[in-house]
Design a protein around this ligand. Structure first.
Ligand code: SF4
Length: 414
């Protein structure tokens, strides 16, 4: 175990003081409201049954078309701009390196995760294809159009990776296979590797094998919550959602066996009431299993069941970002780190000069995720402003410059 001192023992030490973290008692989702029967399961979209024509941009002043995977997929605004099917500019980013393809259906995701803009409880308020997700709109695009553009661009494509993002839907497993096949029919997966952001709730071990055999490179499981209690509260029974911690771990362990070392990982959201000790213990466990953690800073997504709660304070986030990077890429062990009585890390377990070298390099503060073509520790999936506004960046989608690093040091209080 790492050094985890009770609060009183650190009062005179150099542990951070004050409310600089999101405590468990505060981070409670509100209960989901009931959806009127005639608005359930995408009834509005299916009732109107408007045929789609080409790209659909969310919140057009037209009825939401009836779009379904595998013919249609959604993608982030950043991916749509990079692909050239949507106009726009991103603050300090010329493009994103990951083309994320999100499965889409009028019924939407059948889960109800409390922090997520795609959750089922929004059925009455907003059609699925119009919902915000990780702070941005997700245009819907014919799959063939997206594949055609990337195949046509060949080696000139800006994308370093493609990621199929599953949702909780009865068609999700079969359609993920179809999307993967249609992609690999035209695009060599060794040129643009494919990641699967899975939905364990509907999956079996055989599904994981099939995706590996069809050419997927990395398999990730969005645990999101760092502890079983927070998992159940935010995406299980606590919000009438079907997920279970045990099932997520079952598929994660299948992925470890089937995809192998460095080819599986878990998403974790920081700041939903876990301690830094909790989340970094999980990071170490994943590394010991041979995998990686991909981290997100909690942000109160508009329309979600946690939209009344504070974003993760930057000092908490930076400490976890830095410690996670040391565990994932510098072989520093969680057990050598020291934590205060509230579970906050105050000693990273390496000499100050080494810590300074890592901070100065800046990579620790970039978005984490599956790697691209620049370096193993630089994620292709840079998710510009997916977990913060550009005015107060949590995950840097680019290399932080000297001004950024000054701000990061202030946030870390070093
Ligand atoms: S399963 Fe994924 S997409 Fe569906 S509500 Fe949960 S986090 Fe959102």
């Amino acid at each position: 175990m790492s050094c985890y001192r009770p609060e009183s023992a650190t009062a005179a030490g150099n542990a951070p003081a004050g409310e600089d973290h999101n405590p468990a008692a505060l981070m409670q989702p509100r209960p989901p409201a009931a959806t009127p029967r005639d608005m359930k399961n995408g009834a509005r979209v299916k009732g109107n049954n408007v045929a789609p024509h080409g790209v659909y941009l969310p919140n057009y002043n037209i009825l939401t078309p009836h779009m379904r995977s595998p013919e249609y997929v959604q993608m982030s605004t950043a991916a749509a701009i990079t692909l050239g099917i949507m106009n726009g500019r991103m603050h300090r980013c010329s493009c994103t390196r990951c083309l994320n393809l999100l499965l889409t259906y009028p019924e939407g995701c059948r889960a109800n995760c409390a922090y997520c803009g795609l959750a089922r409880h929004r059925e009455a308020e907003r059609d699925y294809a119009d919902r915000n997700f990780i702070r941005v709109d997700w245009p819907a695009v014919p799959l063939e159009q997206a594949v055609e553009i990337v195949a046509r661009d060949g080696a000139a494509t800006p994308f370093h990776r493609m990621c199929i993002s599953m949702i909780t839907h009865p068609r999700s497993d079969a359609d993920t296979v179809t999307v993967l096949k249609r992609w690999t029919d035209r695009i060599d997966p060794s040129a643009i590797p494919v990641s699967i952001l899975s939905n364990p709730t509907t999956m079996t071990r055989a599904d994981v094998v099939r995706l590996r055999d069809l050419g997927a490179d990395i398999f990730t499981v969005a645990l999101d919550a760092a502890t079983p209690v927070i998992f159940d509260r935010t995406r299980g029974k606590g919000v009438q959602s079907p997920h279970s911690w045990a099932k997520y771990w079952e598929i994660l362990m299948d992925a470890r066996d089937i995809f192998g070392p460095q080819k599986f990982g878990a998403h974790i959201i920081v700041g939903m009431g876990e301690t830094e000790h909790d989340v970094l213990a999980l990071v170490q466990k994943l590394v010991d299993l041979g995998g990686h953690s991909h981290m997100f800073c909690f942000f109160p997504e508009k329309g979600s069941l946690m939209d009344h709660l504070p974003a993760t304070p930057r000092d908490q986030w930076r400490r976890v970002q830095l410690a996670r990077y040391l565990i994932d890429y510098r072989a520093v062990r969680f057990e050598s780190m020291k934590f205060d009585g509230s579970g906050r890390v105050f000693d990273y377990g390496i000499p100050e000069s080494e810590l300074e070298e890592v901070v100065a390099k800046g990579v620790a503060f970039r978005t984490s995720g599956c790697p691209g073509k620049f370096a193993d520790d630089v994620s292709a999936c840079d998710r510009p402003y997916g977990d913060s506004p550009p005015s107060n960046i949590a995950s840097y989608p680019f290399q932080p410059n000297r001004t950024d690093l000054r701000k990061i040091r202030r946030q870390l209080k070093i």
